[in-house]
Each structure stands twice: as C-alpha cells, then as structure tokens.
Design a protein around this ligand. Structure first.
Ligand code: SAM
Length: 310
C-alpha cells in the first residue's frame, strides 16, 4: 500500500468511528448509514472524541452560516464521506454552494454511493438543475464533489472553476484531520493561496496537537504502523504552532482551543446526557487534549466576522 493509499484509508476509519458514535446516540445523522455498513462498536473514548470533533466543527460552521444568512460557500478539503451537506439541507441551512474535495479514489466511491442511494441523490436534484457526472466528479445546483490533490494548487483551482466558485462570496473552509497528512510546505502554500484569493474566508481546522509528548508520540507511531506518515506534524506541536501557521500564511486573525477545553464548555445537561451513554476510562481526557480546533479568517469584504464563541 502506498503512503497516499494509507492516507485515503483514514477516511474509512473516520467514517466507521462516526457511524459507531451515531449508533450509540452521541448525535443524530440519518445519512452516515449510506456511506458505511454498521461495524464494530468503538471504545467509549473514541465515540466521545468523535462527538467533540463533530460538535466543535458544527458550532463554528453554524455561527458562520447564521452570520452570512447562508449566503456563502462551504469548501470541505479532504471531505471523505462527510455528511454535513445533507444534514444542513434538512435543517434549511445549506449554503449557496457546498464543494467537497478529496483524492480521486475517495471521490469515486462517494459519487457512486450518492448516485445509487436515493435519499442522498434526492437532496441534490432541483427543478432547474440536474445532477451530472464528469469522470469521478459530481456537480449539482448546490453540491459538488470533485477530485483534487490538495498539494497541487493548479489542479485545485481548476476544479474550483468547474464548481463555479465565487471568490467574492464569503467562504468557510473545513479541514477535518487532513492538513496533518500533507507536507508542511504544501499545507502552507494552500493556506496562503486561500488567504490571497478569497476576499472573505473563514477556516476551521481540526487536528492533532501536543504531538511531542509521550501520548502524542504513541499516536504518531500508531499511524506509522498503518503506513500513514504525519508529514505535517510540525504544525501540531502546540496551540501556538497551530495559530502561527495561519498568521504566517497571511490570515488576519487566528485562535485555537484543545478539545478537552471545548468539551468542558458544553452545557451541563449535554454533559450529563453523554455521561449516561457509556462509562469512560482514564484515556478520555488525554485523548481530547491531543486534538484541537483552530480557526482563522481574512475579511476584505468587511462582513464583520466576530471572534466566534466556543
Ligand atoms: N474530513 C473527513 C472526516 O473527518 O470525516 C475525512 C478525514 S480522513 C482522516 C482524511 C481525508 O483527507 C481522507 O479522505 C484523505 O483522502 C484526504 N486527504 C489527505 N490528503 C489529501 C490530499 N493531499 N488531497 C486530497 N485529499 C487528501
């Protein structure tokens, strides 16, 4: 298996962990079942970690959608089998355009599932625009999934053109456990390119942090043993290095919090509900403190992005 194959395979892992947490009622997602069969139940700390991950991203995303009244674009980089588009559609919160990018092998499979599962396909069709396929890519009025290697900026910009991306419309980028698999020079070039080309952009990055300590090293070794190199791990040393990567790539403002911090800020009633789902072990806090959400923005259009509440 090549290094890129191992990176692609992390999507199957993430999807099966999300399905396990959904089955355990951590959150609701009626669409994940169309991308992966029910599998083994994951350990409680994994389920809870994925809950914090999905919830953390959702909170920031919804704040941006409310601020722009959904008159914006979402671009999910390394989207894998993410189901956010379908869930937002059900909530009446889908943006003007929702674009997903990933390696070709992942996009092929995602497009196949969408084409063959009516509940997914039905949400893409509209009276004035049919769904059409272009090789592995899929385009519809509001939703696009296209293959691109995020390390290759000319491929990425040409694929965005196919999706009729609007560089003047406020755009939120999501990278959920993705940048860490790219060499630092490539992720820095990508972040610089976005900050230079989009008038108003908000970036939500979720990934590992504090990788230098003992627990972090075990996480790195574990991925290595599956053939996966964390090529961008140097940005994952601390919350400071996470913020710095954005500021040095030309973003106006950046902030970061680890997931344990975010988890502790959940409403008490929600924490009690989660406590009732499964008994946790001592790994829980350690795992949460080794992941973080970092968010950053550039706002040349002056829509007045407030510092988001987490
Ligand atoms: N974001 C999804 C989620 O959290 O459920 C998937 C996360 S998975 C850990 C990482 C994803 O990033 C995989 O789908 C992988 O194929 C994609 N990815 C990593 N490096 C990439 C690159 N250079 N170009 C395109 N996709 C990439």
């Amino acid at each position: 298996m090549s290094e890129d194959d191992a990176v692609r395979a992390t999507n199957d892992d993430a999807t099966s962990c999300k399905r396990s947490a959904v089955q355990m009622s951590y959150w609701q997602d009626p669409y994940i079942q169309y991308f992966i069969r029910a599998g083994e139940r994951k350990a409680p700390e994994i389920n809870r970690g994925y809950y914090a991950r999905v919830k953390g991203i959702q909170v920031l995303l919804k704040q941006f959608l409310e601020l722009t009244k959904c008159n914006c674009q979402i671009i999910n980089l390394g989207a894998g089998f993410d189901t956010t588009f379908w869930n937002l559609k059900d909530e009446g919160m889908a943006p003007v355009s929702f674009i997903e990018m990933d390696f070709q092998g992942v996009v092929n499979r995602k497009a196949y599932y969408i084409k063959n599962r009516k509940p997914l396909l039905d949400k893409l069709s509209s009276e004035d625009c049919e769904v059409h396929f272009n090789g592995s890519d899929l385009h519809s009025a509001q939703y696009h999934v296209v293959s691109a290697d995020l390390r290759n900026l000319s491929e990425l910009s040409s694929k965005l053109k196919d999706c009729a991306v609007d560089y003047t419309l406020p755009t939120v980028f999501i990278a959920e456990c993705v940048l860490v698999y790219m060499p630092s020079e490539s992720s820095s070039a990508l972040l610089t390119w976005i900050a230079q080309n989009f008038q108003t952009a908000f970036f939500i990055n979720y990934e590992q942090v504090v990788m230098g300590d003992r627990f972090g090293q075990v996480m790195v070794e574990n991925l290595k043993s599956r053939g996966c190199i964390l090529a961008g791990v140097e940005h994952c040393r601390s919350l400071e290095t996470q913020k710095h990567r954005f500021l040095s790539a030309g973003w106006e403002s950046a902030a970061a919090k680890d997931m344990l911090d975010i988890y502790k800020c959940l409403p008490q009633a929600e924490i009690q509900r989660l406590d009732g789902l499964e008994l946790l072990n001592e790994l829980h806090d350690q795992l949460l403190s080794h992941y973080c959400v970092c968010w950053a923005f550039v706002d040349r259009r002056g829509i007045g992005i407030p510092f988001p509440q987490m």
